[in-house]
Design a protein around this ligand. Structure first.
Ligand code: KIV
Length: 282
């Protein structure tokens, strides 16, 4: 099976829309890939949807590598992108390169994603020069949502829109292969998409981007804490899972499970063994 490369990704701009979803484990990665997904992002949303944190900030490199490795092992064709967690690339270009290389060497990722605009261009340039393909991420950047006053739509006025457009161009200049646009007005995402030569991947950024990404647990109805307004839930699995588990509990309690077909038989007759065990315990 031919692996999708970052070059294929770039060539899709203006040709065919790109579909991405997040994944955090091998079996989900296998399922998403068998449905035909183009790329899997091992997002630091891991912290919130899998590890039970209230934000993405506590997620560590070791946790990301652990899950990114699992996703890579469950994937044959899709492009696997590792999300660099908070604190793993902001200190220096050297730190960013060392951690970016770990995503490729230890977790089998084809690329990494970093959040930020012109402020992180030196870091992005160093990563690209070291051979680590980089996906940018601007707009609402969850790792710095605190500084933005929370999880809010970005680029609503002209000054903010100009800054985001400048950020997109600066990141393109230092070699990103793709750019996530999160929580932006659709009309601004359209302008950025038309301006940069790399594919834009929208999340809450309208229909004009070159591709879309969603958190898989949101799309499948597996994360019940909250649902961002831009998410379309294609199926609501949480009630189905609860119903199945309630059925299991009920059958365990009333003895309906397991049945003969779920049990192992033996040609031996163990009644003598029982009699012996009872004798020795009396
Ligand atoms: O962490 C994540 O899952 C993300 C995407 C949703 C863009 O950054």
């Amino acid at each position: 099976m031919k692996k999708i490369t970052v070059k294929d990704f770039r060539e899709r701009k203006g040709e065919k829309k790109i579909s991405l979803l997040t994944a955090y484990d091998a079996s989900t990665a296998r399922l998403l890939e068998s449905a035909g997904i183009d790329a899997l992002l091992v997002g630091d949303s891991l912290g919130m949807v899998v590890l039970g944190y209230d934000s993405t900030l506590p997620v560590t490199m070791e946790q990301m590598l652990h899950h990114a490795g699992a996703v890579s092992r469950g994937t044959e064709r899709a492009l696997v992108i590792g999300d660099m967690p908070f604190g793993s690339y902001q200190i220096s270009a050297e730190q960013a390169v060392a951690n970016g290389l770990r995503f490729m060497k230890e977790a089998g990722c084809a690329a990494v994603k970093v959040e930020g605009g012109s402020d992180i261009c030196t870091i992005v340039r160093a990563l690209v020069r070291a051979g680590v393909p980089v996906m940018g991420h601007i707009g609402l950047t969850p790792q710095t949502a605190g500084q933005m006053g929370g999880f809010k739509v970005q680029g609503k006025d002209m000054a903010a829109a100009r800054k985001l457009l400048a950020d997109a161009k600066a990141l393109e200049e230092v070699g990103i292969f793709s750019l996530v646009l999160e929580a932006l007005p659709a009309s601004l995402a359209a302008v950025i998409t038309a301006t940069v030569s790399v594919p834009t991947i929208g999340i809450g950024a309208g229909p004009h981007c070159d591709g879309q990404v969603l958190v898989t647990n949101d799309l499948l109805g597996l994360f019940e804490k909250f649902l961002p307004s831009f998410v379309k839930q294609y199926v609501n699995l949480a009630p189905e899972i609860k119903k199945a588990v309630q059925g299991y509990i009920c059958e365990v309690e009333n003895g309906a499970f397991p049945r003969t077909e779920h049990s192992f038989a033996s040609k031996e007759d163990f009644t003598a063994l029982l009699a012996k065990a009872e004798d020795s315990s009396s």
